[in-house]
Each structure stands twice: as C-alpha cells, then as structure tokens.
Design a binder for this molecule. Sequence first.
Ligand code: HPA
Length: 234
Amino acid sequence: MSTHIGAAPGEIAETVLLPGDPRRAKWAAETFLENARLVSEVRGMLGFTGTWKGNPVTIHGSGMGMPSLSIYVNELIRDYGARTLIRIGSCGAMQEAVRIRDVVLAMTASSLSTPSRGVFRELNFAPCADWGLLRSAADAAAASGTPFHVGGIYSSDVFYDERPDLNQQLTRHGVLAVEMETAELYTLAARHGRRALAVLTVSDHLLTHEALPAEDRERSFGAMVGIALAAAFA
Ligand code: HPA
C-alpha cells in the first residue's frame, strides 16, 4: 500500500494505463484485459490489474488535473515500480483539421505551470513523449485506420478558461488540443527515467463547439485504449 493506492506489493503491473475517470478505468479493464481484478479503490479512484495478450497491465484512474495525476504517478513509480505510463483521456481540439473522435498523440505539452514548477523555477522545461512509445502508437493508429494527429498539446490548469487570448495564441502556434494532465506526466517520467505517452480522444472542439454525444463515447474511446496497449507492447 502507498498513501493513495491500496494495492499490495506486486499487484501493480510495470505497464500502467491512466484514464482520468475511475469508471473509465473499470470499463477499459473489463473490455480489454483478461482476468482483470480490482486492486485499489482508495477515495473511489479505481485501479484494476489483468493481462493483455498475456502481458500484465494495470489500468488506474489519475483524477482530473495535474495535481491529482502527480499523486498517483509519483506513487506508481516510487512505490510500485511502474515503468511505462500511458495516459488515455479526452481532449478539446484547437485546430480545424482535428475532428471529434480523432486520436491525438502528444509529442510535447505546453503549460502555464505544473506541480513541478517549484523544481524548475525560472526554467521552462519542455516535457516530451517517449519516442519509442510515440512511434509505436502512430504505427498502431495507422494500422487500425483511426484518424490521428501527432504534435504539441496544451496542459491547462483550468477547464473553465478565462483567457481566450491564450487559446488563440496556442491555436496560432499549431497546438492540436487542450487537456489537463500530460505536461506533468511527461515531467515525472523524465525525472524518474520511465516511459510515458498520452493517447487522447477528441471529445469536444474549441473552434466549432461540437461535442461527442454521450452514447458515442465508449466506442470512440475504445480505439484509444487499443492504440495505447499496442504501443506499450510493440
Ligand atoms: N479543456 C480542458 N480539458 C479538456 C477539454 C477542454 O476543453 N476537453 C477535454 N479535456
């Protein structure tokens, strides 16, 4: 057990998928893993461990936002020895060419701040994805016929944004999409020498104001989980 994860030692796999939503962790584990079993439910943040094509995998919720993700990822790495950490989550598109349901593979993540701000102080650290995972995820997305984009994203501190001018600058600079976790995931992976990637599904569009209908969400999110698993074990 760690402070926020109830799993016994050895109950967390070296490969961990991280959806923000604990119920999506349950759905992904039941849909994609064999012999999935609940290994943690501290504060209702569900974690499941099973196998995918014989490979041990844990799917554990991260919560929303970088401070929450930072708690779980620190404990998964320090206390359970996680080596490959892949965020599977939703994002809001910031480019016309990025459509609802498309998959975004985050090469890097801009931010105003992260929980690691205190470490870097005046330095603007550039968090980046693990190249091997990114390449394998792009191959898996192409093989599955899923429309996908590879490039920079924005990890925001807020969902209810008071700075439309900032989003305009990010769009102008080619940033593909906004979410709230990846910059800190990549920073923690870099700090501890682990592999990380974010595989995201576009759930809403900041320019067209479209949104994924609730009934479409599971089917659309399935492509992202398949790509993440294929990349982890390529
Ligand atoms: N903003 C921040 N995070 C998000 C969004 C958004 O519009 N959509 C999905 N995650």
